[in-house]
Structures are given as C-alpha cells and as structure tokens.
Ligand binder design. Structure first.
Ligand code: PMP
Length: 356
C-alpha cells in the first residue's frame, strides 16, 4: 500500500493467482474452460493472420467480426459491440450503462466481478438473495428500493450455481422495468440455456453479453461481444473510444470469425460437454453429493458429510483443481468444471478415495 494510491485502489483485492496454476498435468476443473480445443479452422485462420500485416493497426471497429456476429444472431452490426473478453465488456457496461447514482441490483450469489466493478467505479449496489433452492426469483426484483434502481445484471445460467431462468421470466423482468437497463450475462448459455438475444429486438433496455471463452474454446484469445439496441451499443462504443480505439487485435478478429464459421465443431464440442455433464451428475449423485441442476459447463455440488474446503485440498494434492468459494451460504459447495469423460472419471475416482 502506498500513500500515492487512491482510496479506490486501496480497496481493491487482486485476483487470486492460484486459480490459474502453472503446474503441468493438472486436471484443471476450476475456471470453466472448455476441455476441447478450438476448431482447427480457428488455428488455421490465426496462423494465416500471422503475416506482415501485423505491423498495421487492426480495424478499429472490428467490422468483419461484427458482421459475422450480426449474421449469426440475426441482428445488424449497429447492435453489436465487441471487446477483449466479456470481462472487459462488463467493465464498460458498469461504467457506461448502469447508473451510478442509484443502486444496481444483482443476486447475492453471482459472478464475483460485479461487486468489483461497482467498487472500481464507485457504483452503489444492492444484492437480492437467491431463493432457498439457489434460483433467481424474478418477483424479488419487482420494486426494490421503491423502484429507484440503476440497473439489473445477472448471468443466465447463473454462476457459480449453474441454474437458469426461462425467457418468459426475463421478459417479465423487462416489462417490470422498461426504463432500467437489464444486462443478461450469457457466458454459459450454449450449454443448455435459452438465449435472450431475440428479445433485444423488442426491448431497447436489454443488453445480452456473450463470450468466446467457454462454448467456443477460446479463453486464451480474449473475445466477447454484446448485443442490444443501437443506443446501448453506442454508449459502450463511447466508453471504449474514450481510452482505447482498438477493441481487438488482428489475430483475435481472425480467430473469432473462424470460430463462428465452424458450426459443426461448435455443435460437437458443446454436445460432448453436455453429455459429460449428465454422466458426471449421476456419478456425483451416486457418491452422495447434492448437485444443483446445471445448464452450464460446470456443476455446483455439496456433500452432506464432507467439508468442501478439505475435499478441494485433497483433490489438489491429487493434481485435480476445482473451485471452492469461502463465502457465506456456499462455503460447503464445490464448483466443478465439466472436463472430458477421462477427466471426469479421474475426478470421480479421486473423490471416491477421499470420501471413503
Ligand atoms: N461472466 C461470467 C458469468 C463468467 O463466469 C465469466 C468467466 N469466468 C465471464 C463473464 C468472463 O469471461 P471472459 O472475460 O473470458 O469472456
């Protein structure tokens, strides 16, 4: 800590580096990456983009990628924003779209970066408790704080629970708050959820945020996008252009376009993850775990007789990393990313030993 730091910086806690361990041969089931590699067409496109043109700045609007995303989701390019992973887009959303003078709402158990962005930009927030079964209950968002709110944001499916709400419920929320920006973070939607993107045609206050890190196997490339009414997108462009006019580099643009083009690879790997999830859920269930219903590429589980932190440590000693959150109400849960069938089998064998 330095006397030169601002109060905001003094309050920041750096991201735990242990979540990205640098050990070889780990069964890495802690940060919801895809166990399958990206499409070979992505690798080819990136290699193809490694040429003399790297001396030139990339397209400041990443227009070719925006066109590919717009085509894919049946919108136009003025409805598309792209950024370095959805984390960067979410940062712009908090800065530019959610009101700072009134509290922003999100669930009490949700993506841990939301309160971080609020701290960074000095945005007030209120959390809305999840129901007893860890689901988001839309009725609880009806008129908190007398309806005086700065925006609503949550992932669907939610993280780290994996539970999703229906499009009908999202539409109910949009109708409750027609003058409030509502952001649905769909990082995990391709593993069995329903995307709210079609609703953006009818609700100018809805922004849907996606990432290439999960279902497109490109966490290392850092590409995300948001879809919404042109006015919402313009706000994000204004934020971005006020400090960085280049959203993505040439390799990221080339790779992301190729990822969208290879629909067969996307379908195959997405279905393989869903299939492995079904197997993992039954195996965990047979070991006595309570498994929350998940439509994501991870499961959120607790064992009535075994301490979650101890189990996570015992797994780590066996070279398997899963996520444990030391947070009230969920300290007895583990979040486990769906790996390949082999990785899931390794995990189950290790848990069988640990629980014995
Ligand atoms: N939203 C949620 C709910 C997430 O879990 C994550 C990744 N951990 C992100 C957004 C950010 O993903 P990325 O920056 O890789 O796009």
């Amino acid at each position: 800590m330095s006397e030169f730091w601002s109060d905001v910086v003094k309050g920041l806690t750096p991201y735990v580096p242990g979540e990205q361990p640098r050990l070889a041969n780990l069964v890495k089931l802690n940060t919801n990456e895809n166990p399958y590699g990206p499409s070979p067409r992505v690798l080819k496109a990136i290699r193809g983009a490694v040429d003399e043109d790297l001396r030139l700045y990339p397209d400041p609007n990443a227009e070719a990628l925006k066109e590919a995303i717009a085509d894919h989701h049946d919108v136009t390019t003025i409805n598309v924003f792209v950024g370095n992973g959805s984390d960067e887009i979410l940062a712009h959303v908090f800065l530019g779209l959610l009101k700072h003078s009134q509290p922003v709402l999100f669930p009490d158990i949700t993506y841990s970066f939301y309160p971080v962005y609020c701290g960074l930009y000095e945005i007030a927030f209120n959390t809305v408790p999840l129901a007893d079964d860890f689901s988001i209950r839309i009725a609880d968002y009806a008129r908190p704080n007398g309806g005086n709110i700065g925006g609503i944001i949550f992932p669907n499916p939610n993280a780290p629970t994996g539970r999703a709400i229906s499009l009908a419920e999202i539409e109910q929320l949009l109708q409750m708050h027609p003058h409030t920006v509502i952001v649905i973070d769909e990082a995990y939607v391709d593993f069995g959820g329903e995307s709210a993107i079609p609703l953006t045609h009818r609700y100018p206050n809805l922004l849907v945020v996606h990432t290439f890190s999960k279902s497109r196997s490109l966490a290392g490339l850092r590409v995300g996008f948001a879809i919404g009414h042109a006015d919402l997108i313009e706000a994000l462009e204004r934020v971005k252009n006020s400090f960085n006019s280049y959203p993505l580099d040439r390799l990221a643009i080339a790779g992301a376009i190729a990822a969208l083009e290879d629909k067969a690879h996307f379908e195959r790997t997405r279905k393989a993850v869903i299939h492995s999830r079904e197997g993992l859920v039954s195996a965990l269930d047979a070991l006595g775990f309570e498994v929350l219903p998940s439509v994501a590429n991870f499961v959120f589980v607790r064992h009535p007789q075994h301490d979650a932190e101890k189990s996570a440590l015992a797994l780590r000693q066996r070279g398997i990393v899963v996520r444990h959150f030391k947070l009230p109400r969920i300290e007895q849960f583990l979040r486990i990313t769906i790996g390949t069938d082999d990785q899931c089998a390794t995990l189950i064998n290790a848990l069988r030993e640990i629980l014995a």
